[in-house]
Ligand binder design. Sequence first.
Ligand SMILES: Nc1nc2c(ncn2[C@@H]2O[C@H](COP(=O)(O)OP(=O)(O)OP(=O)(O)O)[C@@H](O)[C@H]2O)c(=O)[nH]1
Length: 308
Amino acid sequence: MSDNPGWRDKLFGGLKKTSSKLSENLTGLITKGKLDAEMLDEIEEALIVTDLGPATAAQIRDKLAATRFDKGIYMADLREVVEEELTQILTPVAKPLEIDAFPRPQVILVIGVNGSGKTTTIAKLAHNFLEQDYGVMLAAGDTFRAAAIGQLKVWADRLGVPIVTGPEGGDAAGVVFDAVKKATAEGIDVLIVDTAGRLQNKRELMDELAKIRRVLGRLNPAAPHDVVLVLDATTGQNALSQIEIFKEVAGVTGLVMTKLDGSARGGVLVAAAKQFGLPIHAIGVGETIDDLRPFDARDLAVAIAGSA
Ligand SMILES: Nc1nc2c(ncn2[C@@H]2O[C@H](COP(=O)(O)OP(=O)(O)OP(=O)(O)O)[C@@H](O)[C@H]2O)c(=O)[nH]1
């Protein structure tokens, strides 16, 4: 990935809202007294009302109970435990998208509700793969909206990568079929496929994704190699129900969370990791092409705990 020294500032600056929310909830609870059961309850409740999720809150409570009970506790101690536990939850899921499919191309289906940052994420992924010298092609599988096709075309032009499109309202599986054939013929390494994000009509979406899968499977039984769900951090707990639904309709293999710059709800990434254990490939920290970063567990833990 390109050297973009500003991204860390963006991540830490962006997650400031999340960490401040956590501090606000916790500061009032820390007194000079020793850590007792009542204080543990209050800390757990304060953690639950952030977006980290009840299971993470319970884990942090247990750790505090095991290591600090009946001892004096300060905000710095609490931050340290939060950072440690978040690192422990996030480390196993931090997995960049690797291009290792043989035969090529590796087919990456990108799914997510409209507005989640799907198109921008596709462009950012393409940019990252180009920087690693992979040949990239895009497929406009969201045939439902002309705007989606147009937007993806603009990115393809900007990046200088080929794109396969079909008419608005056309058959998405047909576009994907053409794209795989073309990508194979041209020796492309990575084919990134945009898909429709119509959760309003779950049945239709499920049918469409199933059809895309069938068509892909006919050309290459290993495809799609990745099914990446794009989630918008600002939607908070709603992101968790989206994972639930898309897992059912599309067989999600990994996550990208966007808009971690400036969301007070970034803690939801931890809740997602704890609840689903799906790989987290990358995070979006802004609107420009360089703003997709590989997911680093410790950085995120430190940024949320505010312990930097
Ligand atoms: N701040 C910020 N904005 C982002 C990020 N990722 C995407 N966006 C913005 O979010 C908006 C929606 O992004 P799109 O990529 O168009 O989202 P989409 O899911 O394809 O949405 P539709 O085009 O409605 O299907 C755009 O204004 C993007 O610039 C991010 O990581 N941070």
